[in-house]
Ligand binder design. Structure first.
Ligand SMILES: C[S@@+](CC[C@H](N)C(=O)[O-])C[C@H]1O[C@@H](n2cnc3c(N)ncnc32)[C@H](O)[C@@H]1O
Length: 265
């Protein structure tokens, strides 16, 4: 991995878990069902690459998959273990490990899975295309690959500079930036919703995959290393490796993650 200063995702996830409710767990499960277009994963093996809080591993577990989670960051690993203990009673059908998506030997040692899920992770490794390739190596024939990758947009170079500045700043500057951007996004999204005649509070109950605004904002401004891709780039990258696109949810020209579901043929 690159030697540049990195964002410590795991600490943010540990904070998020303090306010994890059954309602958020339910929303996360719904978002997984919607993306995969399933209502059960019984009999399926599922690997969560870069599991973070473990919330989506939990959703797969709740859909009856046999789950493996791994993350590079030791605090994320602890967060996922905490989620497994608290909400899945340390069930043997859910394994949590520490590992690096860029480590070829580690990836090979994991074997193959029916569903490989890596949401918002591979663009933070410092070598996105290698990580995208490694994720594809974990998929069984006829298996499913889910990736979510930051969209390339006009402001991408500016956000990259802001993120780099954040990870290299001291604690006080970081806190100021976190509160400033939380307010910035909260007000911005509120105004957009009002102008579009939508209830601004539905945003928090209907979407966001069970996440919270503050966690998402810290994750966004801190998330460095940071790379992006257009939907076409991801489509062609996997098409060249024998994957067929099954479902896609894009953010249009905006910031955020484009989500892709591929089938390995
Ligand atoms: C934005 S979070 C996403 C967490 C989770 N997938 C979700 O959807 O909520 C990114 C996660 O990827 C992890 N990560 C970053 N680089 C990684 C790598 N090389 N290998 C494995 N995990 C990595 C981070 O530690 C972090 O927990």
């Amino acid at each position: 991995m690159s030697n540049e200063k990195r964002f410590e995702f795991g600490k943010n996830w540990q904070l998020f878990l303090e306010s994890l409710t059954q309602e958020k767990i339910g929303r996360s499960r719904e978002s997984l069902e919607k993306l995969l277009q399933v209502d059960t994963l019984v009999g399926k093996t599922f690997i969560d690459i870069g599991s973070g809080s473990g919330l989506f591993s939990l959703s797969a577990y709740n859909l009856d998959a046999k789950v493996t989670s791994f993350d590079y960051d030791e605090f994320s690993v602890e967060a996922t273990k905490y989620t497994r203990e608290k909400f899945a009673n340390n069930d043997v059908n859910w394994t949590v490990k520490q590992g690096d998506a860029l480590d070829d030997k580690y990836i090979e040692s994991l074997g193959k899975y029916d569903i490989v899920y890596s949401w918002g992770v591979l663009h933070h490794t410092g070598s996105m295309y290698k990580a995208l390739d490694n994720a594809s190596k974990c998929v069984k024939n006829d298996g499913t690959l889910v990736v979510a990758i930051y969209n390339t947009q006009l402001l991408t170079p500016i956000w990259k500079k802001i993120k780099k500045f954040y990870v290299n700043s001291n604690f006080i500057i970081k806190k100021i930036m976190e509160y400033f951007y939380t307010l910035y996004f909260a007000i911005g999204l509120f105004v957009v919703d009002i102008l579009r005649l939508r209830n601004p509070f539905n945003r928090y109950s209907n979407s966001m995959r069970g996440m919270s605004l503050y966690t998402d904002v810290v994750d966004w401004i801190g998330g460095y290393p940071f790379e992006t891709a257009t939907p076409e780039e991801i489509f062609h990258f996997y098409k060249d490796r024998g994957f067929e696109l099954e479902n896609m949810i894009t953010v249009g020209g905006k910031m955020g993650c484009n989500e892709f579901v591929f089938k390995k043929r």
